[in-house]
Each structure stands twice: as structure tokens, then as C-alpha cells.
Design a protein around this ligand. Structure first.
Ligand code: ADP
Ligand code: ZN
Ligand code: ZN
Length: 711
């Protein structure tokens, strides 16, 4: 007996590198449109899948065929549209992952667990009453620079790079562009992405405040990993159905289903958190550009310190380079309110630490400046990119150091709870009273972290009073103080309310927060990044310092009333370094020009394209052996693209061992992105075959990172 069936190809999450193809075939009693969500059996389990191919000409299922039937169709949901499927397929291909993995990771987790009837019940739930839209809110008048940016975004195609100083009013431009786009077309949707850390309630409030009155209470939804699964599902469904007009989210939001998508904004586009660091290691910024082009949506990247990639891509045409870059650069150099001195960028003060007594943490002039501000009731912000009390504990007598037994890294000393903690694998022990190696009681912290900085500052400012006579209050914000849910918000609120006089923290505090009363920002120990082996380290340091500087003097009216000049302090042993020179003049363009010149001479990105293969194994030998064998196999097979792709030899990672796993990587570089892609695609099966050879048994995993951010 044979019966009529449709054969459908379904994308589902199968174990990675399992050898199971990207798509599995199932039988369906009726034709299913591509993009339909279905539940299908796999082994003994039932999984969520997405119907992918339209190859479903009704056929007679041959007798004895083993095609398993679809278990259920999530009927209530419109199929995922072609642009969404194309985006997922591209991301999977480009970042060298299985299609099903990327497709399923792009869907809200809760969708995986809902049976069709459960979903139907959820969809029947009445949506929150949509408030009456009013149009009473007046738009604030844009500055000349904002207006000219807005006009060009409205009239030209893009993609755009909005290069605007911190406080130049970029967010206001985003808001206005979104508004115009949505007012012009009742089905239009906008996607606004922000870096992880930047998604403060403040920004959400600003969007909701602006758009809920215009487009209804449910018009703005968020999508980020801080939400519960039911919240995420709700936002996702609202975006998918078109009832949400604006999706505000972190990198994951680039995969939101947005049938009416017409505008994508990527705020702080240079931020490394747009790059996913596990699974498919996608860049949400780069995918935004791709998606915008494919789906006919405008893309607007914004930053005060653009990534050198975006900066280069937006270079204006010149006689030697009549084409110029693919992006359109829009410049907003002035801070809002800069007519008065208060809106100006902070004055940069460099302290030469060679001239300071040894072991100085806060140089005398910096301490003086902080003291004066506390006394005037102004706030200061101190940056140190290292949490804990001290990065290592050490024995004076025998030289013992608090090394993590599982990693090639030190355990960090945390004083508050008297622990030594490894920041790589989490291994934690109580602080020993005596040296574990020689028994000496003479063990001391070396170097300093934010915890120690807060303590030292407390001692230094103990006699300093606020205008109300109370002692100076010093708060700290870093990953340790913000572990509890809601803790970051609560601590930020304290800063905003003026309860805190000096805020100490890691880069977490440098980004995006709209502190109103900060008039001094200091980086006390930024030198580490100057001599890093990572070629992007200066770029990141510069962006961080510029962004930190931008935290000062954001409230022009407040600054004018105070009559204070805001300041950015840098303490360095290399105060004349190009990074600090450029910072002094707030000259991103000079810095970028100098960095690009170096990159061009060294043929590094954006003048070349890179990918990494990483191997994790029980021993370094096995990890590197696998990479070497796969390289040899690539050469032996004469894989396509190889003629223009350079394969570098395998090397251990900077932190070679984490949680007893040895890690190695090798770099690939090419002047041609297409050639690198061709090569990687051809190499994938070779890597898989190499892995299954017996001599690589100790290999735990391998992965590919395309356009890696850290080498
Ligand atoms: P950016 O995103 O570039 O850092 P924002 O958009 O947050 O800058 O603007 C900085 C501050 O200036 C905010 O407090 C904002 O409300 C205010 N602002 C922005 N544009 C204008 C404008 N055209 N007129 C008055 N204030 C403005
Ligand atoms: Zn000792
Ligand atoms: Zn460890």
C-alpha cells in the first residue's frame, strides 16, 4: 500500500558536527509552506523544526519507505518569511555552522517546548489593550547637524555611519528616523540594537516614552538575554505578527522575525558585544548590514568611535579612490549645548606616572581634583578594568603565586569574602593564612583591582566632606557587585540620584549611561592595553577612553550652573603614546588614520579578512596536532581558495589552559573574503574527517571563528 504524502525538508537542531545533514526529510499529509514551524520526531525525541524547502510535490511514498511523519504543525503562526530564512541560511553558511542550529537558536527558547495546542492557547490570549495613540507630544527641534543627518538618512539609501561625538544627540536622530519611517507606513517596523551593557531601562524608557503615545502601548518590545523565556516569546510573537513596531534589543535581535522591517539602527556599532562568542560566532552588526540590503531596509550604524572596519567602509571618495566606501558617513561633531562651555568635551589631563613616587595609585593632582569635586557635590568616575582586590596573591619567602590548578592563569584575590577565584573556570578556594607551599605567613596581594581601589580611595577621602557635611560616598560597580538580578539597575539609580560621590568600576560603567552630574572621569591604570599582542587592543582602549570621557558633562544645564570644566584624567607611564595624544584632542579621525595606515602596511583587517580555527584537547600536542593534520590535508587536497589564503601555524591561546582543557588556534588570512569563504566551506568536511582519525582521539572540540575580534 502506498499513500499520497508531501515530502518536506525540515531544519532542526541536531548535535553539531554530528554528520547528520542540515535538513531532514519528513512526510506530511498536506503541503506546508516554507517557514512553517512544525514538531517532528528525531530518535525518541520530538523537536521543533522549520519547514525549509518547497520541494514537496505530492508524491507516492514508496512502499517500505522509512520517512517519519510530522508530529504537529504550529498552525497559529504565520510561516517565517523568505527574508528571515535567507538571513539564517546566510549566517549559517558564512559563520560555518549547521543551518538548523542557527535557525533554532534564532527562535525564542520557549517555542521549542510548546505543543501546538499550548501555543494556540497563548495566541488566543487577548493582547494588552492598546492605548489610544495621541499625537500631542511635540518633537524637539533638532540641531543643524542632527537635521542634516536626518535629511540625508531620509533621502538616501545608505547604509549610513552616523559618526557623532558622545552627547551629540545620536539617539535623538535614531528616534526621529524611526518615527518618520513608522509614520509613513502603518506596517513598517524598526529594529534598534544596542550593546548588551547598554540596554539600560533608561533607553527603554526613552523609546517607550516617545513611541507608546504615538503607536500604542505595545509598539515597543525588547529582546535580550536578561528577559525570562515567557517575556522573550511574547516580544518575539509581537514582532513576528507585526503588532510590535519597534524591537529594541541586543545582538540576538538581529534574527528577530520582522516582516515589515524598514530600518535597522546599530547603536555603538564598534562595541565588541555585537560579536557572539559561542555557537555561530556571528557579528550582529555585519548581519544587520546584510539583512538591510536583502530586505530593503535602511541601516544606520552609530558611534563616536566607529570600528575601523566601518570607518574604512565609509571613507569618502578621493581622486585616487573615486569610488570611496560602501557606507555613507554622516558627521555630528558638536555636543548638544556646546554653545556654552559646559557642552564642550572634557579637558584631558595626563599624569606621567614616571614622575610619581613608586606604587602611586592616585597621583596627588588627581586626588586633589576628586577631593574638590566631592566638596562641591559633583561626581567622579574612576575606571579600572580589573575586578577583585588583587589579580594575584604571592609569597614573599618562596615566590608562590595563587595559580589556578586548572588554568594557566592566576586566581584573583577577593577580599570581601576572603576567596581566591579563577575568573576563567570559576574555581574558588578560601584565602590561605599561610603560604600553601612553604608555610610562611608573609603572603601579599600583588597589583590591584576595583575592590582595592574602592578601599584605598575610602581611606584617602576619609576626611573629605560633601556640601551637606556628610562623608564622601564611594560606590563600586563591576561584575561582582551586579550579580544579583536588578542589582545593576539599583546601583545605577543610586548614582543618578546623587547618593554616590565617587563611582569606581570596570568598563561596565563607561558605556552609555547617562549620568548627569559627573564632571571628572579617570582611568588610573590603562597601560596594559598599549602593548597587548592583539592588534585591536589600541582601538578598543581608545574607544573605551573616549566613551568614558563622554560620561562627563552630559548635562549642559547642570554644567553651566556649576561653572565647572569637566575633565578626563589618564595616569600612564607612556603619556605620549599615540592613543593618549589622540584622546587629548578628542581626535578620533587622526587616531583612525594612523591605525589604518599601520593596518594597511601590515595587511591586516580591514585590508584583509581573517578566520580562526580553534581546537580544544586534553593536551596541547593533540590540539595542535589536529590543526596541523587538517592543514596538511587541505594542502594535499588542493582546496579551492587556498592559492590566496594564508594558513598560519597552530599556536597556543594566550590563556593556554582553561578548566584543564588545552587550547590552540590557527589563523587564516586572505585579501579576498570570497576566497576565504570558499576555502572554509571546502575545508569543513576535511576538518570533520580529520577529527575522526584515531590519532586525534584526545580532541574535545573544534570551532571556526570568522572575522574574529580577538586574535
Ligand atoms: P548621544 O546618543 O549622541 O550620546 P543623546 O541623543 O543621548 O546623545 O543626546 C544627549 C543629550 O542631549 C540628551 O540628554 C538629549 O535628550 C539631549 N538632546 C539631544 N538632541 C537634542 C536637541 N535637538 N535639543 C535639545 N536637547 C537634545
Ligand atoms: Zn611560600
Ligand atoms: Zn581556573
Amino acid at each position: 500500500m502506498s499513500s499520497p504524502y508531501c515530502i518536506v525538508q525540515v531544519a532542526l537542531q541536531t548535535p553539531s558536527h554530528s554528520g547528520v545533514g542540515d535538513l531532514l526529510s519528513y512526510a506530511s499529509e498536506r503541503p506546508l509552506a516554507p517557514g512553517t514551524l512544525v514538531r517532528v520526531p528525531l530518535g525518541t525525541r520530538e523537536l521543533l523544526g522549520v519547514v525549509w524547502d518547497a520541494d514537496q510535490a505530492t508524491g507516492e511514498l514508496p512502499d517500505g519507505a522509512t520517512l517519519r511523519p510530522i508530529a504537529g504543525v504550529l498552525d497559529g503562526l504565520a510561516p517565517l518569511d523568505l527574508p528571515w530564512r535567507r538571513l539564517v541560511a546566510f549566517a549559517a553558511r558564512y559563520y560555518q555552522r549547521a543551518l538548523g542550529e542557527v535557525a533554532l537558536a534564532a527562535l525564542p527558547p520557549q517555542l521549542r517546548d510548546l505543543r501546538p495546542e499550548q501555543l494556540a492557547r497563548r495566541l488566543r490570549r487577548p493582547a494588552k489593550a492598546v492605548g489610544d495613540t495621541i499625537d500631542a507630544i511635540e518633537n524637539i527641534a533638532l540641531s543643524t547637524e542632527q537635521e542634516s543627518a536626518r535629511a540625508r538618512i531620509a533621502s538616501e539609501k545608505g547604509p549610513f555611519l552616523l559618526f557623532g561625538s558622545t552627547g551629540s544627540g545620536k539617539t535623538e536622530v535614531y528616534l526621529r528616523c524611526v518615527q518618520e519611517m513608522l509614520e509613513a507606513d502603518a506596517t513598517a517596523q524598526a529594529l534598534v540594537m544596542v550593546p548588551e551593557i547598554n540596554l539600560t531601562p533608561q533607553l527603554e524608557e526613552r523609546f517607550v516614552g516617545r513611541f507608546a503615545p504615538r503607536f500604542g502601548a505595545g509598539a515597543v518590545v525588547s529582546l535580550h538575554s536578561g528577559m525570562t523565556n515567557p517575556q522573550r516569546l511574547k516580544s518575539w510573537l509581537a514582532a513576528h505578527s507585526g503588532s510590535a513596531r519597534i524591537v529594541l534589543g541586543t545582538r540576538m535581535a538581529v534574527f528577530a522575525s520582522l516582516p515589515g522591517l524598514q530600518l535597522i539602527v546599530v547603536d555603538e556599532e564598534h562595541d565588541p558585544s555585537y560579536k557572539q562568542q559561542e555557537g555561530a560566532r556571528y557579528s550582529a552588526r555585519d548581519l544587520a548590514i546584510w539583512r538591510g540590503r536583502e530586505q530593503g531596509a535602511k541601516v544606520l550604524l552609530g558611534s563616536a568611535t566607529p570600528s575601523l572596519e566601518s570607518w574604512y567602509a565609509s571613507r569618502p571618495p578621493t581622486p585616487e579612490d573615486p569610488e570611496g566606501g560602501r557606507y555613507m558617513r554622516l558627521h555630528m561633531p558638536s555636543r548638544i549645548g556646546s554653545g556654552i562651555a559646559a557642552g564642550a568635551l572634557p579637558r584631558v589631563r595626563r599624569v606621567d606616572m614616571n614622575q610619581q613616587p613608586r606604587r602611586t595609585v592616585f597621583s596627588a593632582p588627581l586626588l586633589q581634583a576628586i577631593t574638590e569635586r566631592v566638596a562641591r557635590g559633583e561626581q567622579s568616575m574612576i575606571l579600572l578594568n580589573r575586578r577583585g582586590y588583587a589579580p594575584v596573591l604571592h609569597c614573599v619567602d618562596c615566590g608562590w603565586k595563587s595559580d589556578c590548578p586548572h588554568c594557566s592563569a592566576h586566581q584573583v584575590f577577593h577580599k570581601a569574602d576572603r576567596t581566591l577565584r579563577c575568573h576563567h573556570c570559576g574555581y574558588t578556594v578560601r584565602v590561605p593564612r599561610h603560604c600553601p607551599s612553604c608555610g610562611s605567613p608573609d603572603i601579599h596581594p600583588m597589583g590591584r583591582g576595583t575592590e582595592q581601589l574602592q578601599e584605598q580611595l575610602g581611606a584617602l577621602l576619609r576626611n573629605v566632606q560633601r556640601p551637606d557635611g556628610a562623608p564622601a560616598r564611594i560606590a563600586r560597580i563591576d561584575a561582582d557587585t551586579t550579580k544579583a538580578k536588578g542589582a545593576l539597575q539599583a546601583q545605577l539609580a543610586q548614582v543618578h540620584s546623587g547618593e554616590v560621590d565617587v563611582l569606581v568600576g570596570t568598563q561596565m560603567i563607561a558605556k552609555g549611561h547617562d549620568f548627569r552630574r559627573i564632571t571628572l572621569v579617570a582611568a588610573v591604570q590603562p597601560d596594559g592595553a598599549l602593548f597587548s599582542s592583539d592588534f585591536r587592543a589600541p582601538e578598543r582602549l581608545f574607544a573605551l577612553l573616549m566613551q568614558a570621557a563622554g560620561r562627563a558633562g552630559r548635562d549642559a544645564a547642570y554644567m553651566a550652573a556649576q561653572g565647572t570644566q569637566c575633565e578626563m584624567w589618564v595616569q600612564s607611564f607612556h603619556p605620549r603614546h599615540a592613543v593618549f595624544e589622540a584622546l587629548r584632542t578628542h581626535d578620533y579621525e587622526a587616531f583612525a588614520a594612523q591605525q589604518l595606515k599601520e593596518r594597511e602596511e601590515a595587511a591586516m583587517p580591514p585590508f584583509s579578512y581573517q578566520a580562526l580555527v580553534r581546537a580544544d584537547a586534553r593536551t596541547q600536542e593533540v590540539a595542535q596536532g589536529f590543526l596541523s593534520a587538517a592543514t596538511a590535508a587541505a594542502h594535499a587536497a588542493g582546496l579551492p581558495g587556498l592559492e590566496v589564503v594564508t594558513l598560519f601555524p597552530p599556536v597556543p591561546l594566550t590563556i593556554q589552559r582553561v578548566a584543564n582543557v588545552e587550547r590552540a588556534q590557527m589563523l587564516m588570512e586572505s585579501s579576498s573574503r570570497a576566497a576565504l569563504q570558499r576555502f572554509l566551506a571546502a575545508w569543513q568536511p576535511v576538518l570533520q574527517a580529520t577529527r575522526s582519525q584515531p590519532e586525534h582521539k584526545g580532541l574535545i572540540r573544534w570551532l571556526v571563528d570568522v572575522d574574529p575580534l580577538a586574535i
